[in-house]
Design a protein around this ligand. Sequence first.
Ligand code: PEP
Length: 255
Amino acid sequence: MARKFFIGGNWKCNGTLEEVKKIVSMLNEAEIPSENVVEVFVSPPFVFLPLVESLLRPDFQVAAQNCWVRKGGAFTGEISAEMLVNLGIPCVILGHSERRSLLNESDEFVGDKVAYALSVGLKVIACIGETLQQRESGSTMAVVAAQTKAIAEKVSNWANVVLAYEPVWAIGTGKVATPGQAQEVHLELRKWLHDSVGAEVAATTRIIYGGSVNGANCRELAAQPDIDGFLVGGASLKPEFADIIRSLTVMKSQL
Ligand code: PEP
């Protein structure tokens, strides 16, 4: 069984009502492969989720950019996983590096969030990735393995998890990882999953790449055997997102 290509568009903290409607119209008109070939999610800011969900074509889904670590209650400013389920939002991005670095989300906290979101029935795009300093000191694999371990310790069923490898130095910088650099980490991550979680999880879990993916660099990255799709920031707000959705040229076969 092949791992279905997965493309997520992370809109981050961008957009007015008018801009959001324009992006949705652009997506609704895009010609892309069928749902059997590629799974597409877009992730608007919380306040636009119901609107985007109601206007977006049915073959695209929506994801939140975050949710609270446990059941809702007296947590001012937070959005609970149950609220997302209640609104019919199927998926959430967790552990994005902007939250890890700006809001001090630790590996353990992200692991708890992933486990809680899965427990209420959400799909999770779980982000991991090293900083430039960590890459330059040769600790890339140790960092991403520790981040993945913190998730693996809390999660027993990986069916609804997509792992997003996003080197921090490549996010929003225009400095994309080379296909070789990305493939190397994806392969190592898959080996880590194989040895630490199990062969089945390693073979079936989608590992997507994120970090300055655009219409020009997506095809070469998509051709790598262990890159199962992309998490796209800046370019997901532009017409080239459709080119990225079309980037898959060969179905990835199971290991
Ligand atoms: C992201 O925010 O997850 C991301 C990959 O951003 P960008 O594509 O802009 O680097």
